[in-house]
Design a protein around this ligand. Structure first.
Ligand code: PMT
Length: 419
């Protein structure tokens, strides 16, 4: 779809600018002709030389260059393209575009063009969720600008949530769609637009991360869950407009923004925190809850000089099963995860039935797959009627798709209950 198309790539000044070099390479592989404009800020992150080498053309950055005007005036620059791609589209560039500023070459080109514009925003999550940015994005959408991303995830600034630039491969796909004039591109995450918020008005409780069960004041039984998958689902649900309560075990990643986060340590605390937040419309149990705890944790550190301790365990409450089996006030949708190391689907089916939930998201957590603690996941959606296999993808993408799937399931489930 990009073969022979002329793309004018405007690189804004953000940490994600390094991905734009990969974007040039991938676009050219698809047969596109890429011409690059860089803002002054972008040149703090990537060099003109790199962009020029990859695009096979000079890079434009000066509004007042007589040489450039002689070769290719900024009006021609903006008009000769089939598509203008802004990546990364920083908060500053989006604001300039929304308000029609023209105080540098990038902004002037964007104001002077009558061609389609595809923006790939990238910024700190709070900047993305700020009302000013949301207003600017809403204005740009109304002006016909298309967007790809941003996505929720770990950010270079140490925060977590929507604001991470889409990957180059996804931008190239979106460019192929946008250049055809197609409007099927999804709306950007976190926008306060009715159709972008399929979970608006829904209360969603999500558990995430491991639980730690004390042996004595310094030792515990735990597991390798990092909270990445659960936190990503919480961020995606919040972006979809839900009122999210995230109940997190001890994790090293930052709290996602735009939701209430309750921190717990043990399974018993997690159980009590979940029950305290009910009722809810949706419960998603992503946490790797310890099945057992030590019956009587020692009050003092067990000394190595005493005999090797014999640890007697008792079963923890099954949070998922207890929520799913509630006679009154059961959430409309109860979704569990199944972490398996063998016979993944068979075990997930058994859990679906035993725990009484509506959907089990099964994943293979054998160490070879690197799911626990890793950034990618391969999941299988197991329901009473069948199994749907999803390809391996980033946990953020699993989260976005799962939230979209849940939003699609909800009306049918609600209607089914009423009848
Ligand atoms: O945190 P990450 O590093 O991103 O890894 C993500 C993950 C692998 C932890 C996640 O994708 C996952 O599989 N979560 C479920 C882990 C788990 O405990 O699975 P399980 O098969 O033991 O439990 C089945 C379901 O019952 C789960 O929804 C679990 O939350 C729930 N459960 C289990 C025991 C218990 N006492 N109470 C529960 O609610």
């Amino acid at each position: 779809m990009l073969f022979g198309k002329r793309i004018l790539l405007i690189i804004g000044g953000g940490i994600a600018a390094y991905k734009s070099l990969e974007l040039i390479r991938r676009s050219r592989e698809r047969g596109a002709l890429v011409r690059v404009v860089m803002t002054a800020a972008a040149q703090h992150f990537v060099s003109k030389l790199s962009a020029a080498s990859l695009s096979g053309d000079k890079v434009y950055d000066d509004l007042f260059s007589l040489t450039d005007e002689a070769e290719m005036g900024h009006i021609e620059l903006s008009r000769e393209a089939d598509l203008i791609v802004v990546a990364p589209a920083t908060a500053d560039l989006l604001a300039k575009m929304a308000h029609g500023l023209a105080n540098d070459l990038a902004a002037t080109v964007l104001l002077a063009t009558d061609k389609r514009i595809l923006a790939a925003p990238a910024m700190n999550v709070r900047m993305w969720l700020h009302p000013a940015t949301r207003r600017n994005v809403a204005t740009l959408l109304a002006d016909g600008v298309r967007f790809v991303g941003p996505h929720a995830g770990d950010m270079a600034c140490g925060e977590f949530g929507p604001g991470r630039m889409a990957e180059p491969a996804e931008i190239v796909e979106a460019a192929g769609v946008a250049v055809q004039g197609d409007t099927r591109l999804p709306l950007p995450a976190g926008l306060d637009l009715r159709h972008d918020r399929p979970l608006a008005g829904k209360k969603v409780i999500i558990t995430s991360g491991p639980t730690f069960e004390p042996i004595d004041p310094v030792r515990y039984i735990g597991n390798h869950s990092s909270g990445k998958q659960g936190h990503a689902i919480a961020a995606a649900a919040a972006s979809a407009g839900a009122d999210v309560i995230l109940i997190s075990g001890p994790v090293a990643i930052a709290d996602p923004v735009g939701m209430r986060v309750v921190h717990v340590t043990t399974a018993q605390e997690m159980y009590e925190a979940v029950v305290a937040q009910l009722p809810a419309d949706i419960f998603i149990s992503v946490a790797a809850v310890a099945d057992w705890r030590i019956a009587e944790p020692a009050g003092q550190k067990i000394s190595k000089s005493s005999a090797a301790p014999v640890l007697t365990t008792v079963e923890n409450p099954d949070i998922l099963a207890s929520v799913a089996h509630r006679a009154q006030g059961r959430p409309t949708l109860v979704i569990g995860f199944a972490a398996e190391t063998q016979n993944v689907i068979e075990h997930a089916r058994a859990k679906l039935q035993r725990k009484g939930c509506d959907l089990i998201v099964a994943n293979d957590v054998s160490s070879a797959h690197g799911v626990m603690g890793g950034t990618r996941n391969t999941v299988h959606l197991v329901t009473a009627t069948g199994v749907v296999d999803w390809p391996t993808m980033d946990k953020e993408e699993v989260a976005r798709r799962l939230v979209a799937h849940i939003a699609a399931l909800l009306p049918a489930k609600t209607a089914g209950e009423k009848s």
